[in-house]
Ligand binder design. Structure first.
Ligand code: G6P
Length: 743
């Protein structure tokens, strides 16, 4: 039925064209035939006149001569010559055949013959009038009026008309047949080819099964991908990403489509305290990065409502406008029972996936009951996305290892959604990942994404190799895409970052020496102390133990630092319900105590452990006060602490020590890069940083600041959303092609 409609669409204009052609061509053809025949009749008339002129000249001498009458009557037996009349030069009718109309005199005949179309309509039909001069020996002697029957012309004209109509009809039919056949073959083939191409299946399968078209199909597809890759590369050096530019991108490339974020950790936590409800910002790299993006995009952020006063501030749809007082976007809270939280968050996500992906020598634990909770909670979040979606094709940003199954779950309910999943933690090699009992389910869930983002190419490569090992999927390494069950996922690296502080924010900071004075005073440090700082969640992946060993080794190796070197570790308690984390925190506390006992004296404590949550401003003050920032993660997707540190140092002072196992080490190459497992190396780096000349600090810091300012979080989001916009454009073209075909 669809293709019949389609062909009718093709044929209707064709038929209309032929009808219009016939409408104009037929009268034109009539006129032309008439003109040709008139010319024929005139020359025929001249012939007849010449043939009769001698007889006429003879007969004119004898008025009683009956020969002319007989001659005329014989001549009109010709079926086309209707009548003959003979006029004198002064216009008197001298003789006429019996068929010559009595009402027609010589003058009227002459007037009719002078018309451009010399025709007369008589009772019997139309006649052609020709008046020819009869020449005698001395010149013109009379005029011969010949009336030719035109009915034969009408007959011929009708015949021609019939033939022409038949010809046009036959032509139309032939063209229609050819059109139908060609349309059937090529339209069907091309359309499904285009669809296949857009789906990334290539033209080969649906469009042209013929083997000879395969190279062409592959070539076109590769070219399209190349163009996209080129475009993406061209985006590389673009600078000046900010909230406004991201907003503009949303308006143009995503046409203001709705953006929904899904994460476990919420950006604002309402806590009940003795002094009333307070709002806390969690220590989470994810939140640090995604929150400014969300402020720029508006939209809805769906997250676990984990604060003790969270329920008291939401509306009846469990939504609350945030940031508090500014209401720039909506936070939709999902409530989890203690069992759900235990199984999904603490259990599967943080005892299973977290150590699995970090490969930080903590054994992952997989429990069947945790997996059940993980699946159910993932389904609840996916359902919430469907509830919040105002259209069939929202842009959904799924965050992190808590929601590996959510992309496919959303895809099942909103097939046209653009799903961007960002994996904030590392992805291990296939061997390490292979120990997960539900590895297939996890991978299949993630491949529901339109785009799957990791911080580094290395993690993308690990993921693609893992899929290759455990799933039957088509992988295109060149373009970094995976096609699974008819859907294509682009696996791409998007290094995450921070929001670069605005001029106003920077202006509000107390000057760095002032921050230093306040911090030193609060901690009772002598002014010449070298202050090193670590700021982390209290997590075994952060290498806190290793850095304390390095501090201890520094004091051992270089006793001149005893009394002059202080290391402050801010450690925000995290996942403390888990035994692994409790044990870790206890170990750190014990080691701190040991180092302090070993090297401390009277007022001097080489290690200060601040195991409590610090708000952003307090952390900024510490960053601005210290001499060295130490980031020694054993494995980290990116690590934003090092970026926050350089952003806080507008005085271009301070040294950064950075683990080579943090994603950030790939772009922040001016830091002192260390292997945290190598205690000696880190101890040396501490010494080197503590003695780094001011000029070198400035040089390194200025370069680091430029990198982070350019590669800020809006650029991260901008690149992902640009890729999403391109993917949506492709989907829309495909939808349009399909609707054309359906119409
Ligand atoms: C890492 C994860 C985030 C998480 C954060 C804090 O950065 O990638 O998803 O939010 O740690 O951990 P928490 O368990 O407290 O949310």
């Amino acid at each position: 039925m669809k293709s019949l409609n389609l062909q009718l669409r093709f044929l209707a204009p064709l038929v209309a064209t032929l009808v219009v052609a016939a409408y104009f061509a037929l009268p034109l053809m009539d006129r032309l035939t008439l003109r040709w025949f008139a010319r024929d009749l005139n020359s025929r008339g001249s012939l007849v006149t010449n043939a009769l002129s001698d007889s006429i000249a003879d007969a004119l001498g004898d008025s009683r001569d009956a020969r002319l009458q007989t001659l005329f009557d014989r001549a009109v037996q010709d079926e086309r010559l209707f009548a003959i009349g003979l006029c004198s030069l002064d216009g008197t009718m001298l003789r006429r055949s019996g068929s010559f109309p009595r009402t027609l005199d010589c003058k009227q005949a002459q007037a009719a013959a002078d018309l451009p179309e010399p025709r007369l309509r008589l009772a019997g039909g139309a006649v052609h009038v020709g008046v020819h001069t009869v020449d005698g020996e001395t010149g013109p002697i009379a005029k011969l009026v010949l009336l030719h029957d035109l009915s034969f012309i009408d007959r011929r004209s009708q015949d021609t008309r019939r033939y022409l109509l038949l010809f046009i009809a036959a032509l139309g039919l032939t063209i229609a047949l050819i059109t139908v056949v060609v349309a059937q073959l090529s339209w069907r083939g091309w359309m499904s080819g285009v669809r296949g191409l857009l789906r990334g299946e290539g033209l080969l399968r649906p469009m042209m099964a013929s083997a000879e078209m395969a190279p062409l199909a592959a070539e076109i597809r590769a070219r399209m991908r190349d163009l996209e890759d080129e475009y993406r590369r061209a985006q590389g050096p673009q600078t000046n990403w900010d909230a406004e530019r991201l907003r503009a991108l949303l308006r143009t490339q995503l046409q203001g489509d709705q953006v929904i974020v899904v994460s476990n950790r919420e950006p604002y936590i309402h806590e009940a305290t003795a002094g009333g409800v307070v709002v806390r910002r969690p220590a989470s790299g994810l939140v640090t990065a995604v929150e400014p993006v969300m402020r720029a995009c508006s939209g809805t952020w769906i997250a676990h409502g984990s604060g003790s006063a969270d329920r008291t501030v939401v509306d009846r749809h469990d939504r609350v406008g945030v940031p508090p007082g500014r209401d720039e976007y909506l936070l939709r809270r999902i409530w989890l029972s203690p069992e759900e939280e235990r199984g999904y968050y603490y259990g599967f996500a943080n005892e299973g996936m977290w150590p699995l992906c970090h490969v930080a020598h903590v054994r992952p634990v997989f429990r069947e009951s945790d997996w059940e909770h993980y699946r159910n909670v993932n389904q609840r979040f996916a359902d919430a996305v469907v509830e919040e979606a105002r259209s069939e094709d929202p842009v959904v940003l799924v965050q992190d290892y808590h929601f590996a199954l959510v992309p496919a779950m959303i895809r099942a309910r909103l097939p046209r959604a653009t799903i961007l999943t960002f994996w904030h933690i590392p992805w291990p090699n296939p061997e390490s990942f292979g120990i997960c009992p539900w590895r297939r389910e996890i991978l299949e869930g993630m491949l529901g994404s339109t785009i799957l983002g990791f911080h580094t190419r290395f993690h993308c490569k690990n993921f693609i190799e893992t899929v290759d090992r455990f799933l039957e999927a088509r992988i295109e390494h060149e373009h970094s895409t995976i096609s699974f069950k008819g859907d294509e996922t682009l696996v791409e690296s998007y290094p995450i970052s921070i929001e670069w502080p605005s001029q106003a924010q920077q202006a509000a900071w107390p000057p760095a020496p002032e921050c230093r004075r306040r911090v030193f005073e609060r901690m009772g440090l002598p002014a010449d102390t070298c202050l090193a700082l670590g700021v982390d969640r209290f997590d075994y992946t952060k290498g806190i133990l290793e850095r304390l060993h390095a501090v201890e080794r520094l004091l051992e190796k270089r006793p001149e630092w005893i009394g002059r070197f202080v290391f402050v570790q801010v450690a925000a308690p995290s996942r403390s319900l888990l035994e692994e984390y409790q044990t870790f925190q206890e170990r750190i506390a014990r080691l701190t105590q040991r180092i302090n006992e070993r090297f401390g004296h009277s007022n001097y404590r080489p290690v200060h452990l601040l195991a409590e949550h610090h708000e952003h401003d307090a952390v900024t003050e510490l960053f601005r006060a210290c001499d060295i920032c130490v980031v020694t993660s054993l494995h980290d997707g990116m690590n934003l602490v090092c970026k926050e540190f350089v952003a806080a140092r507008d005085d271009e002072q301070g040294a950064l020590i950075l683990s080579r196992f943090a994603g950030a080490a790939r772009e922040m190459t001016e830091a002192l890069i260390v292997n945290p497992y190598h205690v000696e190396e880190t101890a040396d780096a501490l010494h080197r940083a503590a003695t780094m000349p001011v000029a070198e600090q400035r040089e390194r810091m200025a370069s680091l600041r430029m990198t982070v300012r350019e590669n800020n979080v809006f650029r991260w989001a901008g690149h992902m959303l640009t890729d999403a916009g391109r993917s949506r454009l492709r989907e829309r073209i495909e939808a349009r092609v399909q609707s054309h075909q359906a119409a």
